[in-house]
Structure formats: structure tokens, C-alpha cells
Design a protein around this ligand. Structure first.
Ligand SMILES: [Zn+2]
Length: 436
């Protein structure tokens, strides 16, 4: 069964707003690579899509890695002599160094400064910093907040736990007609940050919810995992399943107003690479393409040489390349619902290509079939782009020799995939084309 993704236009069906609202709901939660915030985030996905929540115990080995201790925060602040909270976790969860060890005590201004992180070039923004694998305590503050600290001593309280527990990740499986899979993966480990983290979660939830209602050729697996360690843990527990993954995308940073960017898979020429590039090219809008690098999001795990999966990453401005990245400026006012919807429409175009791309055989390979007598010119007659439609039919007939897929033909003919797909459908209806 072919997926009908053209039927409802995501740009006009409130998808952008739906995703925005979902981000708004998840925004206040303090997430990390482990802990209650991540669990709570996954629980909030559960009403929308069938998500299985997995817990993996601290100390579990995953290839060269070990599941860390679980981190949870109740409160964190720095108080001045008058007892006022001059840094307060309750005002922004970015204020606390993510994975900070518990700490209580009076410290000198000098010592406190050794544990502060600021962004002098953006004096009003709070940076986002983590210390997952090195035990440390600290606070992230705006440069102005740091400058205002003039008292000789401060009271520091980090009421947190860092102890044996588990790492949590979510997995949503949407079965299709075959057990061949398309993988979508996003990270769920950042606190109140929108483009980096929440936008991927919102887009993937919408996509899973949508695909669940459709008949699809592929089965779809959506992974909501803490960055790096989560993907490594999932891969280590699912090695036997990996051979079913035909295509995959890492979803992140899909909400800013700048142009889309595609980072290719390690192999660089897989069908997912070609499908995304085709979808971007045929939009007629600006985009950029990057070759694979072993840095970025979890594509670096899926594309490690021992797996080498056909997984790319489709973002807008990539990881680290926008000024708001990993700062308090990556907040809800940075989110444009229409950009989210635009990103989603590219993802849907890609899904449409993957779902319906096939290799066919012309049933009339000796010379051209006579299209006129079959009414095929008439079938195109009323369409505004009849000429393109005719060319598409001729290309499909000529290249359907059992060696070229419809995507190959679209690229070769420099026509949109949709055009080629439509021509193929017409030819199938008239018994001129058969699937290989
Ligand atoms: Zn990040």
C-alpha cells in the first residue's frame, strides 16, 4: 500500500502550531541524559504515540561505554548575605551546570567564580553547560549576573542526587507492510532549549502520530534517546535488529528561520541521501549540504564503521552554527511554528519518496508504445504542466528496464519525483508498467 502523504497538507493543517504547543508543554522540564525530567518528557509523548519506555541500570556496559549514575535535582541556588537568591534554578534550569554534583556550603566570591560559566560576548544570555563524565559543581549565569556578584561570600546549595539508578529512553514502533525499517532518532537530554532538542522531539512525535494512522510499506522506528549514551545503549541492545534499517534520519534543530541543511550519511550515496537531496532540490528554495563528519548528533553512532547505517541528519541551521545554540536564547520566542511546519513538510516529502520508490519494467520496451490510442495524452490534457507530464511518461517508459528506480528516473530526467510517480501510476493503470 502506498502512503498518501499528499492528501493533507501539513502547512495548512495546524501541524506547526501543534508542534509549537507540544514544545511549550515540554519546555519547563529539566532534562538530562538520565533522571526524572527525561522520564517525564517521555511520559508526555505517550498520550500521542505508542511509546515503550526502557530503563537501563547504572553500570550497564554498552560497547566502550557504561551507563552513568542517575541525576536528579530538587533545588539549586546561590544566596547573598541578605538571603536573596542571586542565582536560582527555579528561574531557569540552565542556571545549574547539568549533571552538577550535590554541594552545600559557604564559599568566597573567588571560589564561586571558579564554578561559574558565562558568555561575555552575549552578556544577557545564560550558557548551557554539562559535566556528565567529570564530577564538578557549577552554575551558568549571564555576564551581567556574574558582574553583579560583589559580596565576599555566598551560600551555595545544590540539592541534587547523583546515584545508582537508570538511563531512560523511549521507542515507538509503527509497523508497516514489511519488516524493513525507517529509523528516526532525536535526543531528549537538553533542559529548556528549543531548537536543540525540543524541536526534534515535537517533529518526531507529530510524524509518528501521523504515520500510525497510515498504511505504509516500511515499518517506522522512532527513538527518543539521550544524546550519545542513549544511541550507544540502544545500538548495543539491538544489534540483531539493525540489519532491517533501510533508511534513517537524525532529527534536530528543525525550528529556526534559516535554510535547511542536510548532512549526508557516512556512505554519502544511499537512498536516504538521494531522497533528501531530491526533496530539497525540487522545493526550489535555498538549502545546504554537508558531507558526513564524525561529529554532531547521533548520526555519529549510527554511522560508526561497525554499523555504517544509511542515516543522515536533516536540520535547519546545524549543530553549533547559530548564535543562540546552547544558550538561553534558544527559547520559545526563537520558535517559529511556520518553520517547524516547513521542516515537517520536507520530512513528509522524504517519507513519500521512500515509501513509493520502486523499480519497474516497461511492458512495451520495443519502441515507444502508442500513448495517444490509450488516451494517455488526454489524461494529461487538463493539467497545467501537461508537457512535463508527457516527458515524465516518456522517461519512465524508457528507463523502466529493471535497473532504474523512480527516484533514479526523476534525477536523470531532472523532474520532480512527484511528477515521475504520477506518470508511473498512469502507466500502471494502462498496463504499460509493472513492478519488478
Ligand atoms: Zn546540544
Amino acid at each position: 500500500m502506498i502512503l498518501d502523504v499528499q492528501g493533507d497538507d501539513p502547512l495548512h493543517s495546524g501541524a506547526g502550531l501543534w508542534m509549537y504547543r507540544f514544545m511549550e508543554e515540554l519546555y519547563p522540564i529539566c532534562r538530562s541524559i538520565t533522571g526524572e525530567g527525561t522520564r517525564e518528557t517521555l511520559r508526555r509523548i505517550a498520550p500521542h504515540v505508542p511509546i515503550e519506555i526502557h530503563e537501563v541500570t547504572t553500570g550497564t556496559k554498552a560497547f566502550d561505554w557504561t551507563v552513568p549514575k542517575e541525576w536528579n535535582v530538587r533545588d539549586a541556588y546561590v544566596r547573598n548575605e541578605a538571603g536573596e537568591r542571586v542565582i536560582d534554578f527555579n528561574k531557569s534550569n540552565l542556571h545549574l551546570l547539568n549533571y552538577s554534583i550535590p554541594f552545600r556550603g559557604k564559599v568566597s566570591q573567588e571560589t564561586l567564580r571558579e564554578h561559574l560559566f558565562t558568555l561575555p560576548e552575549k552578556p544577557d544570555w545564560i550558557p548551557y553547560r554539562t559535566s556528565y563524565y567529570k564530577e564538578n559543581w557549577g552554575f551558568c549565569v549571564s555576564q551581567r549576573q556574574a558582574e553583579a556578584l560583589r559580596e565576599p561570600e555566598y551560600e551555595v546549595c545544590i540539592d541534587a542526587d547523583l546515584k545508582d539508578g537508570s538511563l531512560t529512553y523511549g521507542e515507538c514502533f509503527v509497523p508497516g507492510d514489511t519488516d524493513q525499517e525507517v529509523l528516526f532518532s532525536c535526543h531528549v537530554c537538553h533542559p529548556s532549549l528549543c531548537n536543540d532538542n525540543l524541536s526534534g522531539i515535537a517533529l518526531m512525535t507529530w510524524l509518528a502520530r501521523y504515520l500510525k494512522q497510515k498504511n505504509s510499506r516500511f515499518s517506522y522506528r522512532f527513538l527518543f534517546v539521550p544524546g550519545t549514551i542513549g544511541a550507544i545503549v540502544w545500538l548495543s541492545r539491538n544489534e540483531e535488529l539493525v540489519s532491517k534499517i533501510r533508511h534513517g534520519l537524525v532529527v534536530a534543530c528543525v525550528v529556526d528561520h534559516r535554510k535547511p541543511t542536510y548532512k549526508k550519511s557516512r556512505r554519502g550515496d544511499t537512498e536516504i541521501d538521494r531522497a533528501v537531496l531530491h526533496a530539497l532540490r525540487t522545493r526550489g528554495l535555498d538549502y545546504s549540504v554537508r558531507e558526513f563528519t564524525p561529529y554532531g548528533y547521533d548520526e555519529r553512532q549510527y554511522c560508526s564503521p561497525g554499523f555504517d547505517l544509511p542515516v543522515g541528519s536533516l536540520t535547519r541551521t546545524p549543530h553549533g552554527a547559530y548564535p543562540e545554540y546552547h544558550t538561553s536564547a534558544d527559547n520559545l520566542s526563537f520558535v517559529r511554528p511556520e518553520c517547524l511546519a516547513d521542516s515537517l513538510s520536507i520530512y513528509l516529502d522524504v517519507v513519500e519518496i521512500l515509501e513509493s520508490n520502486s523499480v519497474y519494467m516497461s511492458q512495451c520496451p520495443k519502441c515507444e508504445p502508442q500513448l495517444g490510442k490509450r488516451g494517455l495524452y488526454r489524461a494529461l490534457g487538463g493539467l497545467p504542466d501537461a508537457e512535463k507530464g508527457e516527458m515524465a511518461m516518456l522517461w519512465v517508459l524508457n528507463l523502466s528496464d529493471g535497473k532504474h528506480s523512480l527516484l533514479d528516473i526523476a534525477e536523470h530526467a531532472k523532474l520532480a519525483y512527484r511528477e515521475i510517480r504520477r506518470a508511473a501510476n498512469l502507466l500502471i493503470e494502462h498496463d504499460l508498467l509493472k513492478e519488478e
